[in-house]
Write a new protein. Structure first.
Length: 318
């Protein structure tokens, strides 16, 4: 299926506006989003295997033959309060096709039932299981996520770098424990920062404030486990950061890209004037969204194909 972006926006906006509403209970939002996502097309040859990563359910999504070692641990978006492997199954399958590697989508705990740092703890536990039981060493594993999932991925990468620094000096990409790369799609890396816009195609400022409060719980809003953009970003691996010029998080994403570069992180920064917040979830419906996923796949293949002793500066930056 190939919908023009303008048609896709017209069809998606009423659903998003009705579902992502602060007056709609979280359980209802979750049911609606799961039901809607069932209609997202999967690429030919996609396969979904269910498993456990630590104490949490997950899906291992593949599409086509493997191109080499490595895997992606994907953290779904949904404002920390909604979303599941089902809502991002199509995106994961298209990413698996684009990378030639398996994509693991984690069913991490959601707020408000489980505020921060529950989702981060689930992610770190999943990374340990992938290394121990699935044969994916951290140095071959990519952390990826969209929106809230992007914030969790960034927080987990910071934690991995800190641990590597404690055991082997300053953390750097390619060292044991540090992910091979980081993919942040419209990342919500500072939930306490209030958006200037009232809403975009997908979410509203009011809904975002409700989600941020639910996820924060009793935590300090400056705690980097909650707001990783406020923490030390030194030592993070090569990062792909995608945003859209009309989304609520656009300014936050631009500032994050600048902060990453100041910290010496290699960044490929992609902006779109056509797509919308986390539009990659519609890769099976919209050609431009599928193209964005392929670009992410190209970036990741570059990272996996690099020699371990090659300088990270050799990666093209955006």
């Amino acid at each position: 299926m190939n919908l023009p972006p303008t048609v896709a926006k017209a069809l998606l906006h009423p659903f998003f506006r009705a579902t992502f509403h602060p007056r709609v209970p979280w359980p209802v939002q979750r049911v609606l989003l799961n039901a809607f996502s069932a209609g997202q097309p999967m690429p030919a040859g996609a396969r979904v295997d269910r498993l456990w990563l630590g104490a949490r359910r997950a899906e291992r999504v593949t599409a086509g033959p493997a191109c080499g070692p490595g895997a992606v641990l994907y953290l779904h978006g949904g404002g920390f309060t909604v979303g599941s492997p089902a809502t991002h199954r199509s995106l994961a399958a298209h990413l698996a096709r684009a990378t030639g590697r398996p994509v693991y989508v984690l069913d991490y705990r959601l707020a408000p039932e489980h505020p921060c740092p529950a989702a981060l703890e689930d992610t770190l536990a999943a990374m340990d299981v992938l290394a121990r039981d699935e044969g994916h060493a951290p140095s071959s594993l990519v952390l990826a996520g969209d929106s809230a999932g992007g914030g969790i991925a960034l927080a987990a990468a910071r934690h991995a770098v800190a641990l590597a620094g404690e055991s082997a000096g300053e953390g750097a990409a390619g060292r044991p424990g540090v992910p091979a790369a980081l993919v942040l799609v419209s990342p919500w890396a500072d939930p306490g920062r209030v958006a200037e816009q009232r809403r975009d195609l997908v979410v509203s400022r009011a809904w975002g404030l409700a989600c941020a409060a639910a996820y924060r719980g009793a935590m300090d809003p400056a705690d980097p486990r909650y707001a990783p953009a406020r923490g030390d970003l030194t030592g993070l691996p090569p990062t792909y950061l995608h945003t859209n010029t009309r989304e609520l998080l656009y300014g936050q994403c631009v500032d994050l890209a600048a902060s990453l570069r100041r910290a010496g992180v290699t960044v490929r920064f992609a902006e779109s004037r056509v797509l919308w917040h986390a539009a990659q979830a519609q890769a099976g419906l919209v050609r431009e969204a599928a193209g964005s996923v392929r670009d992410i796949g190209s970036f990741l293949r570059e990272q996996w194909d690099r020699r371990p002793d090659r300088d990270t500066a050799a990666v093209r930056t955006g």
